[in-house]
Design a protein around this ligand. Structure first.
Ligand SMILES: [Zn+2]
Length: 631
């Protein structure tokens, strides 16, 4: 282990391993199959990167996310560690070259997306490489009961047969007991050494509040705890909106979502990490690689889609071990909307087939064609062209991505914001001089009547339709208007890319994966139920509820969650109301109004106490509605 420590010092400049890291590394270096469950931020990757450096030969890392692979390779290269990645969208020739490099170039880590293992020739080439460790990252993706099931992971089920002597390290941040068993079974590592950190975070106070005015409550909480905080929202629009509302309420805030350019992301991140703003309002795109120990509060103002993601996001507070708050603000209507919001947007087979076919015709891909072709993609335009609902279409494309049929990079969110800067009279004059632009300009002015006062976000496809022109032409006109200082114009690029990983086979393609669609929809329904259960269960410690979800039993109540706090406050009051009522009724029977006057307690509490006394047969109610003590 001294060598491992030296490597840690040399490349990461840390003096000690954290948590279970050293035990896991020891197990791997002893050539044992190993299962490791470490929470996000627990330093999972160190567990295979150190053994990769400590041993001769190559470590194969299977990882599901291209962005994650890219990130890691960049990090390793910055440290001077030789690492290479083979993901989707790379031609066979390139893959072959990369594998040659691995063989002769003294590389230490080879990252591979699971789809790549379905090609026999790649597998054969891998068998000829000096692979000494196989790390399966995000191993929960292998289980259909996992939060993020990716059928491509099923392609790695026979790794053990192909590499019988190579130890396998399965890593995950959150696996329920069922998922854990699945991982061990599917990877055929039932005898693996198991390392898991408890899900218990006893310094986090989990709070669920039913509130009508979320902003008001949020501001209250953030003012009371003026330390670094994260507010999670569900979409990009709320990201910007909530951040603005917080600023207006005197709380410094910035925002982060997947559609920002990388310079904007960096800028906003730095504002928050350097504590120039207290709050970062973010979508779930925010999280990877955040290592900020002193986050005091994580607030969710919308229901999360699963307990797994809630646990991970909430867990970003209190990493330094000090008391922290994970708050979920819920309004009564959230329950009612939850099904519509989450379940109504899940595609069925017919819809998925439709989207897949339209996607192919959109890019003019013929039957039997399309493999390895990549395209710039704008989801909103696509949906507008075929009149498809955006969220459901998005979910369909995500599903195709999970299945490995396409690879969809997630950076979409074009925003063109325009405001007119000169008086309308001047605009009319400009139009008369430039008649070919008139139709477009008039359409914009009609569609966005307030555009002289405040910037409007333009819907280019809508304007294009109304003015019977193309988006390119609109952009051209806008640029000219900006040059002449007639408008202020701001465009944030948003185009995502789609790579087709398979040839187009319409029904055959979809039939092959449709059973997974059923499973996935079923899982999503169950996950939503678990979230609703967490929110609506009022009589159990929140910390206990979370641990129970992950299969752990907690004996004692946590003492700091919203349930435990309420429990501490309540009984004293109730006992005293009840006692007051009993002592009053000892004199003579009374009705509830008189009891309110005597006890000076709010009527709902008096009535509640009376109901309990009735239930326990301590009092009885007389025909004149007075209460009398029973003997
Ligand atoms: Zn509790």
């Amino acid at each position: 282990m001294t060598e491992a420590l030296q490597l840690l010092k040399k490349y990461w400049n840390h003096d000690n391993f954290r948590g279970l890291q050293s035990e896991i590394i020891e197990s791997v270096l002893a050539q044992k199959d190993t299962f490791a469950q470490l929470p996000t931020g627990g330093g999972k990757s160190i567990c295979y990167q150190i053994p990769a450096l400590a041993q001769e030969g190559l470590t194969l890392v299977i990882s599901p996310l291209v962005s994650l692979i890219k990130d890691q390779i960049e990090n390793l290269q910055q440290k001077g560690i030789k690492a290479i990645g083979i993901t989707g969208g790379i031609s066979s020739d390139e893959v072959s070259n990369l594998l040659d490099n691995c063989q002769y170039g003294n590389y230490k880590l080879l990252y591979l997306s699971p789809e790549r293992l379905q090609s026999d020739w790649i597998l054969d080439r891998l068998k000829n490489l000096p692979i000494h460790l196989i790390a399966v990252d995000e191993a929960h993706c292998i289980s259909q009961w996992g939060n993020d099931f990716r059928p491509a992971y099923l392609k790695i089920t026979n790794l053990k047969e192909h590499f019988p002597k190579t130890p396998i390290l399965a890593l995950t941040a959150s696996a329920t007991p069922r998922v854990k068993l699945d991982i061990l079974r599917i990877l055929k590592i039932e005898d693996a050494a198991i390392f898991e950190k408890s899900f218990d975070r006893d310094n986090i106070a989990y709070m669920v509040f039913d509130v009508e005015d979320k902003l008001y409550r949020m501001v209250q909480i953030l003012q009371k705890n003026p330390q670094p905080s994260i507010v999670y929202v569900r979409n990009r629009k709320s990201c910007i909106e909530i951040s603005r509302q917080l600023q207006q309420s005197g709380i410094s805030a910035t925002y982060y979502h997947g559609g920002l350019s990388s310079s904007e992301k960096n800028k906003n991140m730095t504002l928050w990490t350097s504590e120039k703003t207290q709050v970062i309002v973010a979508t779930n795109a925010f999280g990877m690689g955040i290592d900020k120990g002193n986050v005091k509060t994580v607030i969710h103002i919308q229901l999360p889609d699963s307990m797994e993601s809630y646990y991970q996001e909430a867990g970003r507070c209190g990493r330094n071990g000090q008391k922290a708050f994970a708050v979920l603000l819920n309004s009564p209507s959230d329950y009612r909307h939850a099904e519509g919001q989450f379940l109504a947007v899940l595609p069925d087979k017919a819809f998925l087939t439709k989207v897949y076919k339209k996607l192919n015709s959109y890019f003019k891909i013929g039957y039997g064609e399309g493999i390895n072709e990549s395209f710039i993609f704008n989801l909103n335009e696509f949906c507008a062209q075929y009149e498809l609902p955006v969220l459901k279409t998005y979910n369909s494309i995500q599903f195709l991505d999970r299945q490995g049929i396409v690879t969809h990079s997630q950076e979409f969110s074009e925003k063109i914001t325009v405001q007119f800067l000169i008086p309308s009279k001047e605009v009319l004059r400009y139009m008369s001089l430039n008649p070919h632009q008139e139709e477009t300009i008039v359409t914009i002015l009609r569609t966005y009547p307030g555009i002289y006062e405040v910037p409007a976000t333009l819907n280019l496809s809508l304007i294009g339709k109304k003015a019977q022109t193309t988006q390119v032409q609109i952009s051209g006109i806008l640029e000219q208007l900006q040059k002449k200082e007639i408008i202020s114009y701001r465009a944030v690029g948003n185009d995502s890319t789609i790579i087709f990983n398979e040839v187009r086979e319409d029904e055959r393609t979809i039939n092959r994966v449709s059973k997974f669609l059923v499973i996935q929809n079923d899982l999503k329904t169950k996950q939503l139920e678990s979230v609703l259960n967490y929110v609506s269960t009022k009589d159990v410690c929140k910390s206990k509820l979370i641990l129970a979800y992950f299969g752990e039993e907690k004996k004692e109540n946590c003492g700091i969650c919203s349930y435990c706090i309420a429990l501490k406050k309540q009984p004293a009051k109730e006992i005293s109301v009840t006692k007051q009522i009993i002592s009053a009724l000892e004199q003579n029977p009374l009705d509830s109004r008189s009891l309110e006057k005597i006890t000076q307690q709010p009527s709902n509490q008096v009535i509640f106490a009376l109901q309990e006394l009735l239930e326990y047969n301590v009092v009885e109610i007389l025909p004149n509605n007075q209460y009398r003590l029973k003997n």
